[in-house]
Write a protein that binds this ligand. Structure first.
Ligand code: HEM
Length: 294
C-alpha cells in the first residue's frame, strides 16, 4: 500500500514538473517590471557591464572550484543576505575576491553605476553556464543595501536543518518547494575542501580514502541520482530525499535531466528577485563589503 502511494506521488510529481516546463516554466515566471527591474537597465549607463563580468568570471574560474563558490554566494546574498565577511557562517563562503575584482573593473568604466548585487547575480549565472548549467536572463537594477546585516548570517543553512525549517526559509522569500528541490541540485558541484562535505569525500566510511563512487564535479542531475544511492553529501540533502514533501520531486528529477536543467535556470532567476531593493531603497556601493559613507 505504502509502495503504491509513493509511486503514485512520484508520477504526480513527474507529471507536474514536466507540465510546468512544457508550459514555459509557469512555476517560476517572475513579473520583473513589478520590481522595477529591466534587462536593458545598463544598456545606456554601462553598456560593457555584461562583457566585463563575463571576462572576469572566465579569468577567475580557471580555478574550477570557484564556479560553485559564486553560485552559493549568490544564493546566500539573495536569501539571507549572509555574505558578510565578518559573520561566522561566512567562513565557509568563498568568491568575495572575484566580486571585488569585477567591481573595481566596472568602476573604471561606469563610475558608481553597477550594483554589487547585479554583479554577483550575473557572475553566478556565468559561472553556472561555465560549469555546464543553464543560461538565464538576469534582470538588472537591483540596488545594494545601505547597511550590512551581519546578524542575518545566522540564518545561513549549514546542512543539519530539518526540511520544515528549510521550507520556511524558502517560503519566507517567496520561493516554493520546487525551488528548494531544484536549487539544491547545485550541490552536484562544489569544492572538495568544504568541511561537512569533506568527510564524505575524503574519508569515506572512515577509511581515510576518497569516496570511490563520487562522480566528477559537472553540473547535471547526478545529485538526485546519488541521493537514491544514499550518497548525499549533506544531511539536509538526504532529508530532502526521504521527506514526503520533497522526496517525490527529488525522485522525479533523478530521471529528468532536461527538466532539472531548465527549471534550475527558472528557479535561479526567481532567486535573483528575492529581497530586491530598487531606486532610493538602496544604493550602488563603491566597495561591495560595506555601505557607502557619503
Ligand atoms: C537550502 C538548503 C541548503 C543547505 C542546507 C546548504 C548547505 C550547504 C553547505 C553546508 C555547503 C558546504 C559549505 C562549506 O562548508 O564549505 C554548501 C555548499 C554549496 N551550496 Fe548549498 N545549501 C543549501 C542550498 C543551496 C542552494 C539553493 C544553492 C543554489 C545555488 C546552493 C549551492 C551550493 C554550492 C554551489 C555549494 C558549493 C560551494 C563551494 O564549493 O564553495 N546551496 N551548501
Amino acid at each position: 500500500m505504502e509502495v503504491l502511494a509513493s509511486s503514485a506521488l512520484f508520477f504526480v510529481a513527474l507529471h507536474l514538473v514536466s507540465a510546468a516546463v512544457q508550459a514555459g516554466g509557469l512555476l517560476g515566471t517572475v513579473p520583473i517590471e513589478e520590481y522595477g527591474l529591466s534587462f536593458q537597465y545598463y544598456q545606456q549607463s554601462c553598456p560593457q557591464f555584461e562583457a566585463v563580468v563575463g571576462r572576469k568570471v572566465k579569468e577567475w574560474i580557471k580555478d574550477y572550484t570557484l564556479a560553485p563558490a559564486l553560485m552559493r554566494l549568490h544564493f546566500l546574498d539573495c536569501v539571507v543576505r549572509g555574505s558578510e565577511r565578518s559573520a561566522e557562517a561566512s567562513k565557509t563562503l568563498r568568491g568575495f575576491e572575484i566580486i571585488d575584482d569585477i567591481k573595481t573593473e566596472l568602476e573604471k568604466s561606469c563610475l558608481r553605476t553597477a550594483s554589487c548585487v547585479d554583479s554577483l547575480a550575473t557572475a553566478a549565472r556565468d559561472a553556472t553556464v561555465s560549469a555546464g548549467g543553464p543560461y538565464w536572463m538576469v534582470p538588472y537594477g537591483c540596488k545594494d543595501g545601505r547597511v550590512s546585516v551581519a546578524g542575518e548570517a545566522d540564518k545561513v543553512p549549514m546542512g543539519h536543518e530539518n526540511i520544515t525549517s528549510l521550507l520556511q526559509l524558502f517560503q519566507s522569500q517567496g520561493l516554493n518547494v520546487l525551488d528548494l528541490v531544484v536549487l539544491s541540485g547545485a550541490h552536484t558541484i562544489g569544492r572538495r575542501a568544504c568541511r561537512p562535505v569533506q568527510s564524505r569525500l575524503y574519508n569515506y566510511k572512515s577509511t581515510g580514502k576518497p569516496d570511490p563512487t563520487r562522480p566528477d564535479p559537472t553540473f547535471d542531475n547526478a545529485y538526485y541520482k546519488n541521493l537514491q544511492r544514499k550518497t548525499g553529501l549533506l544531511s539536509t540533502d538526504q532529508y530532502l530525499y526521504s521527506d514526503s514533501r520533497t522526496g517525490p520531486l527529488m525522485a522525479a528529477l533523478a530521471t529528468q535531466p532536461n527538466v532539472f536543467n531548465y527549471q534550475f535556470g527558472v528557479s535561479m532567476a526567481k532567486l535573483g528577485n528575492v529581497q530586491v531593493l530598487t531606486g532610493d531603497e538602496g544604493e550602488v556601493r563603491t566597495d561591495c563589503n560595506a555601505g557607502n559613507r557619503y
